[in-house]
Design a protein. Sequence first.
Length: 698
Amino acid sequence: MKFLKFILLLITINVSAQQGGMWIPSLLEGMNEEEMTNLGSKLTAKDIYDVNNSSLKDAIGHFNGGCTSEIISDQGLILTNHHCGFSQIQSHSSLENDYLKDGFWAMNLEDELPNEGLYIEFIVSIEDITTQVLSGVTDTMTAKEKQSQISKNSNVAEGATTKEAWQDTKVKAFYNGNQYFLFVTERFEDIRLVGAPPTSIGKFGSDTDNWVFPRHTGDFSMFRIYADENNKPAKYSKDNKPYKPKHFLPISLDGIEEGDFTLVFGFPGRTNEYLPATAIEHITKEFNPSNIAIREAALKVIDAAMKTSDDIRIKYASKQARIANAWKKWIGENLGIEKSNAVANRRKFENEFTTALKAKGLEEKYGSILPEFDTLYNDFSEVNIRRRNFIEVFIVTNELMQMTFRAYQMEAAVNTNPEAFEKAKERLIGTLKGIHKNYNVDVDKGVFKAVMPLYKYTASVDPSIYEKSAFTNLESALALLEGKPEDVLKKLNKDAAYNYAKPIIENFIKTIDPEFQQINQAITALQTKYMTALMEALPDARYFPDANSTLRVTYGQVRGYAPRDAVYYQPVSYLDGVIEKFIPGDYEFDVPKKLLELYESKDYGQYADKNGKVPVCFLGTNHTTGGNSGSPAIDAHGNLVGLNFDRVWEGTMSDMNYDPEICRNIMVDARYVLFIVDKFAGATRLIEEMTLVHPKKK
Ligand code: ARG
Ligand code: GLU
């Protein structure tokens, strides 16, 4: 009995020792492979990543540089999130064809819709070239000199790599610049929209449920990769054919239950797990709050306007989602950091680090790092906020200010080089057209009045510029840009909005941004040194590289969690919960009639769980972040069981402070995806091209 207890203890230690991490796919042998096996995986490191044979990695594509997507048929069918395909779905939508509201399903290949500019990129190979990149870099160099040596070496390495004509290379820094990898990539550019559920499924619960569990969102959409006659990447052509992939993911119909192994494979964007306490304090106490306030003010205006007209709703859908998403995440992040005592804990850890430095005689080499961080962040905090506030107002929330900012960039380009006029003008015209495609001057003026007072570095808030400026209307904006360069600049400098914004922009360009860059560079360099010092002083700790938009593996298990005293969240949600949340006619919680009917008639086909219910979402202990949206959740055998799309509210702090007790990722169950495609949309041709498997039935 005692022995059994001991064994059980060992098992629990093993599971709870699972501390997260986003691992490099080419380096899984050793520690990760063993840990994965202990968590229930039957996959070898080579099943996941293999340069010479097809492997799971060949099915994982970086979707437009921001999300993840995966191939789920031998016809290049792509699965990603609804919110990842959102701007494409929006751009095909109009009042007549409202694909946001009604969904879209191409019933044959001819109906699949091309998307200009959209691309999916795959990883061909990954190689550690640290020695090469750091050659010639010495301790006596300044941060600038080091950086320029590193760029030079990286360029040489990129140029010297053998690759096919349609492939690309890039070098990326890991462990804050302590390790470097070279990636060979392959980019497909003919990507067509195949299907998307209505927003009332794909974005069910909208902002209220965003970042929250229990969750009931069917956050998926489908695309298809087209390739040329040789099955190679090509620009859009109607003659292109569905891509035949090296690998695609079979889909499991057996689903998941608590404790099952899950692997999430994708392109996490950015994390900062090794920040000093002083940085976490600055971000959550000063930086986040000021940006939250600006977004909140903008959202109040945009949200209200979207409810008044379908035209505004469609135009502002994508923008609103973008603004609201980070706004809510930052609030959760602040709460989580506070509640988990992250700052105090990080200080405690720093004391351990300092003790270890002393014990190992490393004090002289690294002892000044932490005090230096304190000094740097002290100087940094104000300018960091100023700079970000400018971005929030002039790029994220207010469109008229954005147009003046882009116009300023044109003027600046011409002032440094008069020849640059035509090119700079073309770029500006492109931006103006993009903005005006989804522009409503009243909404924007409302946003201006709301956010400008929060930009503390402005003398006045003058909404009358909206009546006088040429930029509020595409035609007059384009007319302003006609003529000789001198005349255009003259006209531009007479424009009311431009005149208003120019001194603010100049202050940003000439004062705020350079000051920010200078301190930021010093912080980055110190962070590199800190990482080196950590690994030297505390070599036995678990170090995983921060996310940097490269392909990573994160693994864990299906698990619920206890966010508060006496509360436990089950790991799986069901269609019953959709019905519980249903509010007829509500903009967040309406449910399509067809889905209600399917629920009534229990017409679930092969997609129900053992308990007879249709699973919708589930939780895992996979360590994910922004960019992991659309990543496949893969079972112990390499089959698709879900689609990652979010994290839980209490765990959004995981970008700075991963806590295995409380941090969970949220996935849509693959069976819900299939159920919607098959039973709801009737797109059976898509089900037929997939490979549906039963790994649990031997
Ligand atoms: N929170 C998820 C992510 O970070 C989903 C976002 C979907 N957008 C929304 N406003 N509901 O991307
Ligand atoms: N929804 C996020 C994304 O767009 C993923 C959620 C997260 O940040 O974990 O990538």
